[in-house]
Design a protein around this ligand. Structure first.
Ligand SMILES: [Zn+2]
Ligand SMILES: [Zn+2]
Ligand SMILES: [Zn+2]
Length: 328
């Protein structure tokens, strides 16, 4: 596996030749508390109902990014590449195999959110990492990997493209207006009330004005905050978010089983990059949010959302294969 930079959009992709091996058919769920061969545990949250734990982070069994070493970024003419140095963990949302975020209670979802905040905070201590992404793919069409309720977290040496666009736009808007674009959007949405799904305490769920997919929904803190982990690790706020997240997912599930969910939060400001070094307003110009992108089966083909494009065949192998095709 290696990371390659697209010289036009300046976004990174991860690519490498698939081994072609089919994933092993597992006899038992590796994420259940009684799993015979459980993955290595990184962090565990205490139980809320007398169970073994409430949520925990484990090493991803088939990690795209690996923690050891240096990215060894190198240029080759126009092209830049580097090793996929980073972290890739599974966030087990609940010890119970069928207790998804939309059926769990608020205390359980809160534990999952706090675990997520703690993992982000911990991964951001590593100065090599520029960005930490949390995402969930649910449903076959969405690329769900495990049956057990899980999300994933990655720490990367680059900022994923969609977030990069948002960060750049947020900064540009702030330079012009001296205000956060997300706060301005929220103010207008709260005034117009036509795209607000639900407001609950410090949080609000809205359908964005220019959605990429039908029923796209965002959850944002009402008051300005750039960092998700600061919000959820501070006082009572996580429980309100838990309730709104659970309810919003319940709504989405009346539309479709399949969805992507991704957290967009501020990048790692400890990272010594020139871009971030000059970026003194990041706490003012960015506003964290959760994006839920449902997949409607009939429309799945028109749908191209990806945080980081991942192609399991390199372009060299693809070209070689295509060249071999016998054309009439
Ligand atoms: Zn399980
Ligand atoms: Zn804001
Ligand atoms: Zn976003």
């Amino acid at each position: 596996m290696e990371l390659r930079k697209d010289p036009i959009t300046r976004s990174w992709v991860i690519t490498g030749d698939d081994s072609g091996l089919q994933p092993e058919e597992l006899e038992s769920c590796p994420y259940c508390p009684d799993a015979p061969h459980p993955p290595q545990v990184i962090s565990s949250m205490p139980s809320v109902d007398g169970g073994p734990w409430s949520a925990r982070a484990v090493v991803h069994p088939d990690a795209l990014y690996h923690i050891e070493g240096d990215p060894l970024r190198q240029g080759n003419g126009l092209y830049d590449n580097m090793r996929p140095v980073g972290a890739h963990e599974v966030l087990v949302e609940n010890p119970r195999h069928d207790r998804h975020l939309w059926v769990a209670n608020d205390a359980e979802v809160t534990q999952f959110l706090i675990l997520t905040g703690q993992r982000i905070q911990d991964l951001k201590k590593d100065r090599r990492f520029k960005y930490v992404t949390v995402f969930k793919n649910h449903g076959d069409v969405a690329g769900q990997e495990a049956v057990h309720p899980t999300s994933q977290i990655t720490a990367t040496t680059f900022v994923p493209r969609r977030v990069l666009y948002e960060l750049r736009s947020g900064k540009d808007y702030f330079i012009q207006q001296e205000r956060c674009v997300f706060c301005d959007i929220l103010a207008q949405e709260e005034q117009q009330r036509v795209r607000v799904v639900e407001g609950s305490g410090d949080y609000i769920a809205v359908c964005p004005y220019a959605p990429r997919v039908p029923y796209e929904t965002w959850i944002l803190p009402r008051n300005h905050e750039a960092s998700f982990e600061r919000s959820v690790l501070r006082g009572s706020s996580a429980r309100e978010l838990a309730a709104l997240l659970r309810r919003t997912l319940q709504r989405i599930r009346t539309i479709t089983e399949n969805f992507h969910m991704v957290l967009h939060s501020s990048p790692n400001t400890l990272h010594r990059s020139e871009v971030l070094d000059y970026w003194k307003t990041i706490d003012d110009d960015y506003h964290w949010h959760i994006e839920i992108l449902p997949i409607l089966e009939k429309k799945a083909k028109s749908y191209t959302f990806k945080e980081v494009y991942y192609t399991p065949v390199t372009s060299e192998s693809a070209a070689a294969r295509l060249k071999e095709v016998n054309l009439p």
